[in-house]
Write a protein that binds this ligand. Sequence first.
Ligand SMILES: CSC[C@H]1O[C@H](OP(=O)(O)O)[C@H](O)[C@@H]1O
Ligand SMILES: Nc1ncnc2[nH]cnc12
Length: 292
Amino acid sequence: MGGWTIGIIGGSGLYALPGLEEIARHDVETPWGRPSDAILEGRIGTTRLLFLPRHGAGHRIPPSEINARANVDALKQLGATDLLAISSVGSLREELPPGRFVVVDQFIDRTVARPASFFGTGLVAHVSLADPTCPRLSASAAAAVEAAGGDAATGATYLAMEGPQFSTRAESLMYRQWGADIIGMTAMPEARLAREAELPYALVGMVTDYDCWREDEAGVVATDVVAQMHANGATARKLVQAFAKALPAERTPSPIDTVLDHALLTVPAARDPAMEEKLGAILRRLTTSPAT
Ligand SMILES: CSC[C@H]1O[C@H](OP(=O)(O)O)[C@H](O)[C@@H]1O
Ligand SMILES: Nc1ncnc2[nH]cnc12
């Protein structure tokens, strides 16, 4: 058993973590390219944190161009044990008004233009995504929202859309019929890649708007979303503090830590060495013999 290193992936409105006692700033190169920004390493209590704003400082990178493989790989390289992602989301439910915090447990993925796996020809893997988020981390995240003075809904389904335009009314109504509760543009393929990287993943959505399914209401206006984002931001920063402080000093293993044990299909003799090298950080647990 060791300690926790929590990778915090900050979304729209969360580009820095004031209050984080900064230890280092890492400019990481990965075989998939560069992550969205430098990763800040800090500590809250006994918890080591790695903070990465997924749109880059100043919100430079649109959803479809976020290099999620580089982001997850870089956090893995720096020793992340778990990922807590934070996102601004639209609401598809009357009972989830702007200002509400929502802990996600399922996804419907409608993204179409993003590399969604670390694996490929030369090394094939199929991980389970039946339960794409980590229950332990999600429960801690919900408790942290409450500790930060927010109101957390749990068990939500997040519809990931390609964007960058917001949905049409017909799409928004259809997503409601599908059972989605909130909508955003960034959690996929991030959550898929976290699972492939054996990183337990939790996502807290901060509701900024009602999308466009309500009759007699105007569509989503990005600048209105930004105003609500700022209103949510203070609670988001407090929730990160509360989350980190509440973790026990020791991290007991999660079943997600070892999902690749049952997922790699390509037999060792048929593996492409170049692919194995590219997957260095992702496969490190399997290729490093335990210390004697
Ligand atoms: C500013 S509204 C649209 C933008 O906000 C969300 O991003 P994130 O999940 O990183 O907070 C949404 O997915 C869009 O990218
Ligand atoms: N209505 C919406 N649709 C997609 N992404 C969002 N992010 C915040 N609000 C959103």
